[in-house]
Design a protein around this ligand. Structure first.
Ligand code: A3P
Length: 320
C-alpha cells in the first residue's frame, strides 16, 4: 500500500502543486481542490481523492456513509456495519463481534483509501459493499453518482464540530508541534478552512442532493441520532433495504445494536491500540455529547457561528 501511495503522490504532483494552500489543523497544510480543503501526502488526501475520481468503480448495491470529520463518522460506521451484517453474527457470542475487538474504522473503510489497496477490500461476491467517505457531494466519483447506489449523510451542529476538531487536532499535534489555540481554530473554522470544509458547503451539498433524490440519499443529524438512536436506526435500516422485522424488534435486536455501538461501549473497547495510520483508537471518543461547545466557546464565538450558519443555510430547513 505504501508503494501505491507513493505512486499516487507522484502521479498527481503537478496537479497538486498549483492548488491554493493554507496552514492546517494537524501538522500538514491544507489544499483547496474543487472548492474544498484537503490534506495532502496522506491516506485520505487530495491525491487519493483525485485517484478515486479517476479510477473508482461503484456498484448499484454499494452503500456510502458521507460525513465531515468529527460529525459522528465512527458512530455511523459502527451502526451501519452492525445493522447490515447482523445476520452474520446473530448466533455468536456478542464478545466475538468485530466491534467488540476492533475500531469501527477497521470494519468499514473509507472509499478514498480503496485506491491504495493491493487487492480490493471486498471480494467480488460481497454485497452490499459498505464504504465511508469525507468527499463532498460535488466531488464524488462519477461512477458513484451514476450507479444509483444509496448514500447516508450525517451532519452535526457546527459549534460541536469545531470543538471536537479542536481537541482532535491538538491530540494529534501532541508534543511534536505547538498546540492550536481556540482562537486560531475558531478563525480557521469560520473561514471555512477545515479538512473537507467549508463546513456549510459540505453539509449543503448533500442536503440539497437529498431533497432532489430522497430515495437515494438519506440525511441524518448527530443530534437526532443522539435523541432517539433506536428510532433513527430503524429508519436507517429501512432505507438501507434491511428493515428490522417484528420478530427482531421483539427480541430486542435494535437495542442490542444501539448498545453495542453506544459511546460507553465503544469508548471502552477502544481504550487502547492504534489504527494502522498511527492515530490512537481512543482519539475518536471524547465526550460524545450534544452541546459540549458551551463548555469551550465564548458566547461571542457561539453567536458569530450562529450568524454565519443562518446566513449560509438561508432558505434551507437546516438550522438547529
Ligand atoms: P466529541 O469530540 O464531541 O466527543 P468522527 O467519528 O466523525 O471523527 O467524530 C468524532 C465525534 O463523535 C467525537 O465527538 C466523538 O466523541 C463522537 N463519538 C464517537 N463515537 C460515538 C458514539 N458511539 N456515540 C456518540 N458519539 C460518538
Amino acid at each position: 500500500e505504501e508503494a501505491n501511495l507513493a505512486m499516487i503522490f507522484d502521479r498527481y504532483k503537478d496537479k497538486f502543486t498549483t492548488l491554493p494552500k493554507e496552514k492546517g489543523w494537524m501538522t500538514q497544510d491544507l489544499y483547496k481542490y474543487q472548492g474544498f480543503w484537503n490534506q495532502s501526502r496522506n491516506v485520505v488526501s487530495v491525491e487519493t481523492v483525485m485517484a478515486t475520481q479517476d479510477t473508482f468503480q461503484a456498484r448499484p448495491t454499494d452503500i456510502y456513509l458521507a460525513t465531515l470529520p468529527k460529525s459522528g463518522t465512527t458512530w455511523l460506521k459502527a451502526l451501519v456495519f452492525a445493522t447490515v451484517n447482523r445476520n452474520m453474527y446473530k448466533n455468536k457470542p456478542l464478545s466475538t463481534h468485530p466491534l467488540q475487538t476492533s475500531n469501527p474504522h477497521n470494519c468499514l473503510p473509507f472509499v478514498e483509501c480503496e485506491v491504495l489497496r493491493t487487492s480490493p477490500t471486498y471480494v467480488e461476491a460481497h454485497s452490499p459493499r459498505l464504504f465511508a467517505t469525507h468527499i463532498p457531494y460535488t466531488s464524488l466519483p462519477q461512477s458513484i453518482l451514476d450507479s444509483g447506489c444509496r448514500i447516508v449523510y450525517m451532519s452535526r451542529n457546527p459549534k460541536d464540530v469545531l470543538v471536537s476538531l479542536f481537541h482532535f487536532a491538538n491530540k494529534l499535534r501532541g508534543k511534536f508541534s505547538d498546540l492550536l489555540t481556540l482562537e486560531e481554530a475558531f478563525d480557521m473554522f469560520t473561514r471555512g478552512v477545515i479538512p473537507n470544509g467549508p463546513y456549510w458547503d459540505h453539509v449543503k451539498g448533500y442536503y440539497k442532493a437529498g431533497l432532489e433524490q430522497p430515495t437515494r440519499i438519506m440525511f441524518l443529524t448527530y443530534e437526532d441520532m443522539k435523541m432517539d438512536t433506536a428510532k433513527c436506526l430503524s429508519r436507517l435500516a429501512k432505507f438501507l433495504g434491511c428493515p428490522f422485522t417484528k420478530e427482531e424488534e421483539a427480541k430486542g435486536m435494535v437495542e442490542e445494536i444501539v448498545n453495542l455501538c453506544g459511546f460507553e461501549n465503544l469508548s471502552e473497547v477502544n481504550k487502547h491500540g492504534t489504527l494502522s495510520i498511527g492515530i490512537p483508537n481512543q482519539a475518536f471518543f471524547r465526550e460524545g455529547k450534544v452541546g459540549d461547545w458551551q463548555n469551550h466557546l465564548t458566547t461571542e464565538m457561539g453567536r458569530t457561528l450562529d450568524r454565519i450558519t443562518k446566513q449560509k443555510f438561508h432558505g434551507l430547513d437546516l438550522i438547529q
